[in-house]
Design a protein around this ligand. Structure first.
Ligand code: SF4
Ligand code: SF4
Ligand code: SF4
Ligand code: FES
Length: 585
């Protein structure tokens, strides 16, 4: 590969041919501001529309300023990022962006995390000389998961890249022109009426407050203040790997114990863990897989393979819209969130001796799709939902700050039992490949009756968008597929449609799995954060004394005292679901 020598602000480096000026600047640690640019290299996410021009630089021998994010570096190129001309150009770009931007930072959900606000502050923009531009006053679109406030859109197109190129959902695209230009679904429909999966990946990358989560943190406060209710909380695996990032703790630090302590101080009556329900999911999904596999190998045509994991509600809605001919292929196991809710409002309410209506189940999730999932009608009993309120990792961080809890100074505390215990198989649900690895650990022992000596299935780990692995389980050589990101899932499912043989497939809607979920602390384009979160979850797994779901003593007790056995009638009633054919637009 030919290398280019580039000098930026007097510092010289070499970069491979094909690199941009921005790539070279990053290598030299020269800061160039960006807004529309987004490049998550390992995940092959690249928004390079060069529409905002905040990244302009001077290039020796070139008359116009050049956008650093989209201008190829050339050999012996000399670049200046800190001239008065550059400074003034960037200031003008910001003033123009702000000219028709609502100035309601005080009440904006993105305030403090908004990339436009940060730049306006950095460049000392104190007035708006181009004021007077027409504001669009676009209606707000509120779905169960997401709020679209298009008056704040700066047309960077990052959301389109995520929704259309990465997720292949095709929900968002630019419509109208000039001041009325917005990013919207076809016919400017509401998100809730479209094929939107609620994955929240558009929210995760929107630099401003145009796309934000539907915040339910005040509903949690209301529930906690209601003395008639018993309020319990569950926390998803990926939350503990990222929550600290928003609370002053170094990325890559597990905050499981501090999180439990903070939830106790917030006033929850019992602190439980979705990891418990992840172990339960493996019991049901793993048993279903073995049942289907055995029947399939015995020639039963009704036993469909590959089994598809069903714990990601973004993925579930995606296949309901896009693969309606395959609705009998996914596992019928509910997601861990919904399994937890169903068990809490039956088994645990019975243990407490209270009616389910008196119990409020709050979920803390890395995920915006879980807000939509909890509202699906099939997850309610007589109008009372199994899960009452879902907040994201970001919302929990805000609640902790709002309640003035010194998170960093908290001691490590434990979850409560019986719904707080988990094995090492559970935390890895939060990372791509983790669900299938957890399932293999249990399926192996259930199928062979032998002890699995090496529990780490390295072949199913890693950030490749689509992975294929062959795993020996007793006499069976199983072909496993893993995809993260819905575009990769579509590719894998199309291979199944074309006849390629797989026995089991794991899909997570978000790049990297739930560690990269739409409700996690904003990564602001820093892919290293996802790697650090992954490390936390694998370390948590390795550090557990028990690492196979079927070893969880409280799961064993749950089956003994309440459910009977995996796939029993009661298990089916409480822990399994069905899917619906949905429209394609
Ligand atoms: S939530 Fe996901 S599917 Fe819905 S608009 Fe955003 S990126 Fe597209
Ligand atoms: S909604 Fe956000 S991400 Fe999408 S174009 Fe507008 S500012 Fe960019
Ligand atoms: S991958 Fe995880 S965070 Fe993303 S939609 Fe699925 S369950 Fe939610
Ligand atoms: S960041 Fe380069 S043009 Fe927007």
């Amino acid at each position: 590969m030919s290398m280019l020598t580039v000098t930026i602000d007097g510092k010289t480096t070499t970069v491979p041919a094909g690199s941009t000026i921005l790539d070279a600047a990053k290598k030299l640690d020269v800061d160039i501001p960006t807004l529309c640019y987004l490049n998550l290299e390992d995940l092959r996410v690249n928004n390079n529309v060069a529409s905002c021009r905040i990244c302009v630089v001077e290039v020796e021998g070139r008359r116009n300023l050049a956008p650093a994010c989209a201008t190829p570096a050339a050999d012996k190129m000399v670049v200046k990022t800190n001239t008065l001309r550059v400074l003034n150009a960037r200031k003008t770009v910001l003033e123009l962006l702000l000219s028709d931007h609502p100035k309601d930072c005080l009440v904006c959900a993105k305030s403090g995390e908004c990339e436009l606000q940060t730049l306006a502050e950095k460049f000392g923009i104190r007035e708006s000389p181009y004021d007077g531009g027409e504001m669009s006053h676009y209606r707000k679109d509120v779905s169960a998961s997401i709020i679209r406030d298009m008056d704040k859109c700066i047309m960077c197109r990052r959301c389109e890249t995520m929704c259309n190129d990465v997720q292949t959902c095709g929900v968002l695209s630019g419509v109208n022109r000039g001041f009325t230009a917005v990013v919207a679904p076809a016919f400017e429909m509401n998100l809730a009426d479209t094929v939107c999966t609620n994955c929240g990946q558009c929210v995760a990358v929107c630099p401003v407050g145009a796309l934000v989560e539907h915040d339910h943190s005040w509903a949690v406060v209301d529930a906690l203040a209601d003395t008639d209710k018993v309020v319990i909380v569950q926390t998803a695996p990926a939350v503990r790997a990222a929550l600290g990032e928003d609370l002053g703790i170094a990325p890559g630090t597990s905050v499981t114990g501090k999180m439990a302590a903070a939830l106790r101080r917030l006033g929850f009556d019992h602190i439980f863990d979705t990891d418990f329900a992840a172990d339960l999911t493996i019991m049901e999904e793993g048993s279903e897989f073995l049942d289907r596999l055995t029947r399939h190998l015995n020639g039963d045509q009704t036993a469909k393979l590959p089994i598809l994991t069903s714990c990601c509600p973004g993925w579930v809605k995606f296949f309901e819209h896009n693969f309606p001919d395959m609705l009998d292929v996914p596992s019928t196991a509910k997601s861990p969130q919904q399994m937890f809710g169903a068990i809490a409002k039956s088994y645990y309410a019975e243990l407490l001796g209270i009616p389910r209506e008196k119990l409020v189940v709050v979920s803390v999730m890395p995920c915006l799709a879980k807000k939509y999932e909890r509202a699906r009608p099939e997850f309610s009993v007589d109008g009372n939902p199994d899960v009452d309120i879902v907040i994201s990792t970001r919302e929990l961080a805000r609640l902790i700050k709002r309640m003035n809890i010194d998170f960093a100074g908290l001691p490590d505390e434990d979850f409560d039992n019986p719904l707080g215990e988990s094995t090492g198989a559970a935390p890895i649900f939060g990372v791509t490949g983790g669900v299938i690895e957890a399932a293999l650990r249990t399926a192996y022992e259930l199928a062979t009756g032998e002890t699995l000596q090496k529990v780490d299935f390295e072949d199913v780990r890693g950030m490749e968008g689509v992975k294929v692995a062959t795993v020996q389980v007793g006499p069976h050589e199983l072909r496993i597929g893993i995809a993260h990101g819905l575009g990769n899932a579509r590719k894998l499912l199309n291979r199944v449609r074309e006849g390629e043989v797989f026995h089991a497939i794991e899909v997570m809607a978000c790049p990297g799995g739930c560690i990269g979920g739409g409700g996690q602390p904003y990564h602001h384009g820093d892919i290293e954060l996802l790697k650090l979160r992954t490390k936390v979850l694998y370390e948590e797994d390795a550090g557990k004394p028990l690492r196979k779901s079927h070893q969880n003593p409280y799961i064993i007790e749950l089956y003994e005292k309440f459910l009977g056995k995996p796939l029993s009638e009661k298990s089916h009633h409480l822990l399994h679901t069905h899917y619906f054919k949905r429209q394609r637009l």
